[in-house]
Design a protein around this ligand. Structure first.
Ligand code: HOZ
Length: 428
């Protein structure tokens, strides 16, 4: 049996870990079947416990942009581990990665490292509230900013995959300060602001959404948010956990030419180790303890192993002038190829893509927000997912997640993937 060991491991893990996994989407609940247990990975491939090989289109949900077990990152972690793994004291490495990140990303003077994207977004919102002395925030339906309470209101990613976009456990008191807007609908944001004048501290947004599939911003939407934020003294927070160091060296701010007031990072910035960060101009960041009154801390924040991995990753990206072109070329081939195949077999679809993030939606309508993403046919998605999994292609196990390409992927891998898509699509 192809997934025999994974099956046994899932049975064992389910006895001791809720749902058998440490992050819900890994459980395959929305696509059914046995979650694949990873054993090892190299370059573009992940191998499972049954020794099946998969071409990996999630890249650990983004971080492995240069492929798995990228040698400079692995070497940096091994070397660093030999000198001690945590001190609870500052290290020179933290300044080195901070300087590099600041040199790569526009409009930021200071950066604070934390352990995850969730922590980064949660802390950035606290800072925005402390700085503006206002309490409400606007978030967008289908956007996901980690699992802290304030964001689990119409959240995307696993929250929507498992039908709990508004999670029990989030108090009404917390929920009332999160105002919900439709992605790509500027008028809706204006309406919300007009009935909550002088109360909104921040608008937080994924500048290219990746947690309801991939949904790029329509022309003028982010530009309009910037104008509204300036007009009403609201901070614009870009959650670049997915897009940071992926769409361009300077992330969405650079490629879209829009300035955010605070930016949140995760995924690529840690090179595959647990790292998050938030950053902005000195004036705002100086409100953070110990310089200012807004408290935020962490025993493992700036952990030396994590910083060594992140530094090696950012250096590699910074020194590679061909990376984003190369990723984009493969993403375009994949996008066009899948679209041609699905059209050939008359399968309704919309493929959204922004650089190396993409998603296939089984609906013929444009997918521009959460409501249109939710129209996708999940029965077709499941068949597509499992058909490809059985043919050695690992896609996100949910229609509400983006694919993340990595640059270890070869043109042969893309060609092989398209051949498998054809084999699967012709059975529909
Ligand atoms: N929520 C993450 C993707 N949007 C998935 C995290 C994981 O399961 O590893």
């Amino acid at each position: 049996m192809r997934y025999q060991r994974s099956s046994a491991l899932f049975k064992a893990s389910s006895d001791v870990i809720p749902g058998g996994v440490n992050s819900p989407v890994r459980a395959f609940k929305s696509v059914g079947g046995t979650p694949v247990f990873a054993k090892n990975a190299k370059g573009a491939y992940v191998y499972d416990e049954d020794d099946n090989r998969f071409i990996d289109y999630i890249s650990s949900w983004g971080p492995m942009i240069l492929g798995h077990a990228y040698p400079p990152v692995i070497e940096a972690v091994i070397a660093r581990a030999k000198s001690g793994t945590s001190f609870g004291m500052p290290t020179a490495l933290e300044t080195e990665i901070a300087e590099l990140a600041i040199s790569m990303v526009p409009h930021i003077d200071k950066i604070r490292f934390v352990n995850s994207g969730t922590e980064a977004c949660m802390s950035a919102v606290r800072l925005a509230r402390g700085y503006t002395k206002k309490e409400k925030i606007i978030k967008f339906a289908g956007c996901y900013h980690g699992h802290s309470d304030a964001f689990l209101i119409e959240a995307g990613s696993g929250a929507v995959t498992f039908g709990s976009p508004n999670s029990p456990g989030v108090t009404q008191g917390t929920a009332k300060d999160t105002l919900l807007a439709r992605y790509n609908d500027l008028q809706h944001v204006e309406d919300i602001i007009s009935v909550n004048k002088d109360e909104i501290a921040a608008i937080i947004i994924e500048p290219v959404a990746g947690n309801m599939g991939c949904i790029p911003p329509v022309k003028g939407f982010l530009e309009g948010l910037r104008v509204l934020c300036d007009q009403y003294s609201i901070l614009l927070i870009f959650d670049e956990v997915m897009t940071g160091f992926r769409l361009a060296k300077g992330g969405a701010q650079e490629i879209l030419g829009i300035k955010a007031d605070l930016v949140c990072f995760g995924k690529v910035i840690g090179g595959g180790l647990p790292v998050g960060a938030f950053a902005g101009p000195s004036e705002i960041m100086s409100y953070l303890a110990p310089e200012g009154p807004v408290y935020q801390a962490g025993t493992l924040s700036g952990n030396p192993l994590a910083m060594a991995a992140g530094l090696a990753m950012l250096k590699a990206i910074n020194e590679d002038d061909h990376l984003f072109k190369s990723l984009n070329r493969k993403a375009v081939l994949l996008h066009q190829g899948i679209s041609e195949i699905l059209s050939k077999y008359n399968i309704y679809h919309t493929i959204n893509r922004f650089e190396s993030m993409l998603s296939v939606h089984f609906t013929e309508d444009p997918v521009i927000d959460f409501a249109s993403a939710a129209k996708g046919n999940n029965v077709t998605f499941k068949r597509f997912f499992h058909g490809l999994l059985d043919r050695g292609i690992y896609l996100p196990p949910s229609a509400f997640e983006s694919w993340f390409l990595n640059d270890a992927l070869s043109l042969e891998d893309v060609g092989f993937t398209l051949d498998q898509v054809d084999q699967v699509a012709k059975t529909f």
